[in-house]
Design a protein around this ligand. Structure first.
Ligand code: ZN
Length: 355
């Protein structure tokens, strides 16, 4: 009798401990903590694409807001290039994206400066001064895009491909080749496509590479092409699961992916000239589901490109760095528990080791 009662109390206490532990774990784990995602809802009033009751600027703004809500709930910092229907020039949008990235780098350098040994301080201070100089250029473009955008950016786009990148703009791009940006930033331009054929449907992703001569002649060292090809690939696979067909992931020279060296893509979320894609993009429930697809894919992407060993409740978690990587345990050396190989190529994989 006494034994039975004890067992009862033991069970109650055990359940309480498990419940509290689960609560603590749920509260402390935000999968996108520290990540910065820039959403660029394409177009705006006066620069809209309107087709049979569909407005691209309106639907993409609704989509961006839904994605932001999903991402913020998962701990991410989200910037949007426009919050309302009012149009924002492409040059201003890109200048904003570049500004947010430099501000993040500056913040990291300032934090490092406070702790740094004397020898390193001067290097950091020089970097901060250069960041400030580039940030003042970006503010000039944002304040007065008509005057300053053509000075620093390839706009109007030079179709003869003779224009080279401005030296200051090149420095900006070089600075964006930084691990902080590579592993924590992602910029997504949101659009829907149009075709003269109503039969054409499906989603596309575009990104900058040096394979494309229109990019290469202008700036030859876009740094994040591999990650963006990977992100585009998993995004199109995910979008397909909710009813927008997969088209392709393609290098291109669109303004929003050309005038920065950030991990950035431009996504055409279907064709509004196709009846079925248009019905989906006009449907708020569909856009909510699409927003969840974006958030899940972004989470999957950052998990795949992160490398490190992290203590978790049931052992160690090993991350793979760089996008499509496969972690495999070498069969011939199974006696050595710590041994593992990183094979480039193949889908990203997370290995769980027991402590
Ligand atoms: Zn568009």
């Amino acid at each position: 009798m006494v034994y039975g009662k004890l067992r009862y109390y033991f069970c109650v206490i055990a359940i309480l401990i498990i419940a509290v532990a689960a609560q603590v774990k749920a509260e402390s784990y935000l999968p996108l903590q520290g990540r910065v995602i820039i959403l660029d809802p394409g177009h705006g009033i006066g620069a809209d694409n309107v087709y049979r009751g569909y407005s691209e600027q309106t639907q993409m703004l609704i989509l961006a807001r839904k994605i932001r809500t999903e991402l913020e709930a998962r701990g991410a910092t989200v910037h949007m290039t426009r919050e309302t229907g009012a149009n924002v020039l492409l040059s201003v949008r890109t200048a904003l994206m570049n500004k947010w990235s430099l501000e993040a780098i500056r913040e990291a350098r300032v934090a490092e400066l406070l702790e740094a040994p004397l020898m390193r301080r001067q290097v950091l201070q020089n970097q901060i001064n250069e960041l400030d100089r580039l940030l003042s250029i970006l503010r000039k473009i944002i304040r007065n895009p008509e005057v300053y955008a053509p000075v620093y950016m390839n706009t109007p786009f030079d179709m003869t491909l003779t224009r080279r990148i401005h030296p200051q703009w090149r420095r900006l791009f070089e600075i964006q080749n930084d691990p902080l940006i590579r592993y924590n930033f992602l910029a997504i331009s949101l659009h829907s496509n149009a075709s003269s054929s109503s039969r054409i449907h499906g989603a596309d992703v575009f990104f900058s590479t040096n394979c494309n001569p229109r990019n290469r002649n202008y700036f030859a060292n876009y740094s994040h092409s591999d990650n963006m090809a990977f992100f585009g690939d998993i995004l199109l696979d995910s979008i397909q699961t909710i009813g927008i067909a997969r088209r392709s992931v393609t290098p291109y020279h669109f303004f929003m992916i050309r005038e920065n060296n950030l991990p950035s893509v431009l996504v055409e979320n279907g064709f509004h000239t196709n009846a079925r894609d248009r019905a989906n993009l006009l449907n708020r429930n569909f856009l909510s589901r699409l927003a969840v697809v974006y958030a899940n894919t972004i989470e999957q992407y950052f998990e795949a490109i992160t490398m490190g060993v992290e203590d978790v409740a049931d052992g160690y978690r090993i991350f793979a760095e760089g996008p499509p990587l496969t972690l495999g345990v070498d069969e011939g050396l199974t006696e050595d528990d710590d041994y593992f190989h990183i094979f480039p190529g193949g889908p990203p994989l997370t290995l769980w080791f027991d402590d």
